[in-house]
Ligand binder design. Structure first.
Ligand code: ADP
Ligand code: MG
Length: 452
C-alpha cells in the first residue's frame, strides 16, 4: 500500500506545482484501498475539504494509473503520530525519474504518460505579458500551422518562467485540434536515459523509429545534454529526419545552444534556424496579472493590495510567485484572516528578492569595477574603450535594477554628465542580455559578489 501511494504521489508531483504539492500532500497517507473504496489520511479537517475540492480527480487518476480500483475516495483526519510519507522522502528514497520509470514499466497503458503531456498546462491559463508575448505569438502560430514558420521552435529563459508550461500548452492545443496528432513531450534527461536503455537492450533502431513516427517532438531542458555525446548524435539524427518531413520540433533550454559548451556547432545552428524566443522575468504588472489569474483559478479571494505586495516582493520567478500566493491563501484559510490582514499584522512577510538586502550604490560601483579588473576611478572616468564602457553600463544597469535609483542619481554615481547616457546604457545591457548569455552569467556573478 505504501508503494501504491508513493507511486501515486510521484505522479501527482509531476502534475501540480511544487508549492501546492508540499502544501497539500506532505502529510498524507493511504489508509485503505479495498474494493475501490479509498481512504486517505490527512492532517486536519481543513485538508479534507481542500483535497476533496481541488484534487479529487488528480488523486483518483493517479491511483488508477497505479492499478488501483477507485470507486470512491474519502479523506479522514488521522493523528499526527501515525507514519506519514513526506514528499522529500520520496525524492531521497528513489529519484523521481526512477519512480516514473517504474510506473511506466509496470503499466504500459498509462495514458497520461504516453505522450508526456500534462493537461493542466493550457494556453487559457497562461497569462500573456510583456515578458512572454513574442514567445506566445510564435506558439499560437505553431498551433495553427505546425511544422511551418517556427520550426524548430527554440524557447529559452531562466528557471520558473513558464517554458515548460508554454510548450506543454502547445502540445495540448495541437492534440485538441487533432486528436490523431502524434506528440511526444520529453525532458532531455529522459530522452537520454531511454536511449541508453534502448541501446543496452539492443533496441536502438526501435527507439529511432518511435521518434520518426511523431508529428511533434517537444524536448524540455535541453541544457542538460552536456557531455552526452551519443545521445546528442541520436538527437541530431532524429532532428534532421523530423525536420525534413516538416514535423514540428520544439526545444526549451535555460540558455542558447551556442552557450552550451559541448553542443555540436551544426546542431546548435540548426536549433535556432527559425530564431530563438525568450521568456524574461515578469514586470510588476505582469506579476500582478499572473497572481490575479492564479487566485481566480483557485476560487480564492485576495485584495488588490495583497496582490501588489506579493508582486513587489517576489523578484525571482513565477514559480516563487505561485508559492508565496499559495502560502498566503492557505494561512488565510487556517487563521480566518484575509491575505491583506495577514500582511498588515506581520504574520507573513514575503521576501524573494535581492533588492531588499542592504547594499549601497558605492558597493555596487566598487564590486563591478573590481569584477572587470578596473579601478573605480578608471571605470567612472571618461574612457570610451569598449571594455571600460561596458563595465560602466553594467554598473548603471545594476544600480537601476538593484536599487531602483533614478537615472540622474545613477549618472552622478558613475560620473557621466547626463541621464540620457544612463538610459541608453541600461537599455543597451537589457538588449544584450537577451542574446548574450556570457553577459547574463557575468551579471549573476557580480551580484553574488555584491551580496555574498
Ligand atoms: P520553467 O519550465 O521555465 O522552469 P514552468 O513552466 O515550470 O517554468 O513554470 C513555473 C510555474 O509558473 C508553473 O506552475 C507555471 O504554470 C507557472 N507560470 C509560468 N508562467 C506563467 C504564466 N505566464 N501564466 C501562468 N502561469 C505561469
Ligand atoms: Mg521547465
Amino acid at each position: 500500500m505504501y508503494d501504491v501511494w508513493q507511486n501515486a504521489l510521484a505522479e501527482i508531483e509531476q502534475q501540480i506545482s511544487v508549492a501546492n504539492f508540499s502544501t497539500w500532500f506532505q502529510d498524507t497517507s493511504l489508509i485503505t484501498a479495498e474494493d475501490g473504496n479509498i481512504k486517505i489520511g490527512v492532517k486536519n479537517s481543513f485538508y479534507v475539504k481542500q483535497l476533496r475540492a481541488r484534487y479529487y480527480d488528480i488523486i483518483a487518476n493517479a491511483l488508477k494509473n497505479n492499478n488501483t480500483q477507485v470507486n470512491n475516495i474519502e479523506f479522514e483526519v488521522v493523528s499526527t503520530n501515525k507514519p506519514k510519507i513526506k514528499p522529500r522522502e520520496i525524492s531521497t528514497v528513489q529519484p523521481i525519474k526512477t519512480q516514473i520509470k517504474t510506473i511506466r514499466k509496470n503499466n504500459h497503458e498509462i495514458k497520461s504518460f504516453s505522450n508526456g503531456l500534462n493537461p493542466k498546462y493550457t494556453l487559457d491559463n497562461f497569462v500573456i505579458g510583456s515578458n512572454n508575448e513574442l514567445a506566445v505569438a510564435a506558439a499560437k502560430s505553431i498551433i495553427n500551422s505546425p511544422g511551418d514558420k517556427y520550426n524548430p521552435f527554440f524557447l529559452y529563459g531562466g528557471p520558473g518562467l513558464g517554458k515548460t508550461h508554454l510548450v506543454q500548452a502547445i502540445g495540448n492545443e495541437l492534440l485538441r485540434n487533432n486528436p490523431d496528432c502524434k506528440i511526444l513531450y520529453t525532458p532531455i534527461s529522459h530522452f537520454y536515459s531511454d536511449f541508453i536503455d534502448a541501446i543496452q537492450n539492443g533496441k536502438g533502431k526501435e527507439f529511432n523509429l518511435k521518434f520518426q513516427k511523431l508529428d511533434c517532438l517537444i524536448i524540455d531542458d535541453f541544457q542538460f545534454i552536456v557531455n552526452k555525446e551519443k545521445s546528442q548524435e541520436e538527437f541530431f539524427n532524429i532532428f534532421n529526419d523530423l525536420y525534413q518531413l516538416n514535423k514540428q520540433i520544439i526545444v526549451t533550454s535555460d540558455r542558447l545552444p551556442s552557450q552550451i559548451k559541448t553542443v555540436d556547432e551544426r546542431l546548435s545552428t540548426r536549433l535556432t534556424w527559425a530564431g530563438a524566443f525568450d521568456i524574461q522575468l515578469p514586470k510588476f504588472e505582469d506579476k500582478c496579472a499572473i497572481l490575479r489569474a492564479k487566485a481566480e483559478l483557485q476560487g480564492a479571494e485576495i485584495e488588490p493590495e495583497a496582490i501588489e505586495y506579493i508582486a513587489e516582493n517576489v523578484n525571482t520567478n513565477i514559480r516563487d510567485l505561485e508559492g508565496e500566493l499559495s502560502t498566503i491563501l492557505l494561512m488565510s484559510e487556517v487563521r480566518g484572516l484575509t491575505p491583506l490582514e495577514l500582511i498588515n499584522n506581520g504574520s507573513v512577510s514575503v521576501n524573494k528578492t535581492s533588492k531588499l538586502r542592504p547594499v549601497s550604490a558605492k558597493q555596487i560601483v566598487d564590486k563591478t569595477a573590481k569584477y572587470y579588473n578596473l579601478s573605480t576611478k578608471e571605470m567612472c572616468g571618461k574612457s570610451r574603450i569598449a571594455n571600460i564602457k561596458n563595465a560602466r553600463q553594467v554598473t548603471m544597469f545594476l544600480l537601476s535594477k538593484e536599487l531602483n535609483l533614478s537615472t540622474n542619481k545613477i549618472a552622478a554615481e558613475v560620473g557621466v554628465k547626463d541621464h540620457t547616457t544612463v538610459m541608453h546604457g541600461i537599455k543597451k545591457i537589457e538588449k544584450d542580455l537577451k542574446l548574450n548569455f556570457i553577459l547574463r552569467d557575468q551579471i549573476e556573478e557580480i551580484k553574488e559578489k555584491i551580496y555574498g
